[in-house]
Design a protein around this ligand. Structure first.
Ligand code: FES
Length: 110
């Protein structure tokens, strides 16, 4: 198992290419937090339960992602700044298939 590369554009529009491990059962929200690409307290507020949308991001690359769960659909239906390519980062698990993924963090809701 190895790391994959993910490009993450932060809320200031700055692009970061980071290594994400595929063998630590991490999700995208946790990767963003581990690299401190969003201020503490503005992302991952519900702890990754698909209940806050603070981890919303826009998927910019053409990767096939797993279907949204009903919980993710419901949360995105209520969230602000939602676009067609919105996903909840906490629901995207880091796998080898996602090498080269490009995402942009959605604005903070407050
Ligand atoms: S961290 Fe709350 S929905 Fe993802």
């Amino acid at each position: 198992m190895s790391d994959i590369k993910i490009k993450i554009i932060d809320r200031e529009g700055v692009s970061h290419e980071v290594d994400a491990p595929t063998d630590m059962n991490m999700n995208l929200m946790e990767v963003v937090r581990s690299y401190e690409l969003a201020p503490e307290g503005t992302i991952g507020i519900c702890g990754g339960m698909a209940m806050c949308a603070s981890c919303q991001c826009y998927v910019q690359s053409e990767h096939e992602l797993p279907e949204k769960s009903d919980d993710e659909e419901a949360m995105l239906a209520e969230a602000f700044f939602v676009k067609d390519n919105s996903r909840l980062g906490c629901q995207i698990h880091i796998t080898e298939d996602l090498d080269g993924l490009e995402v942009e963090l959605a604005p903070a809701e407050d």
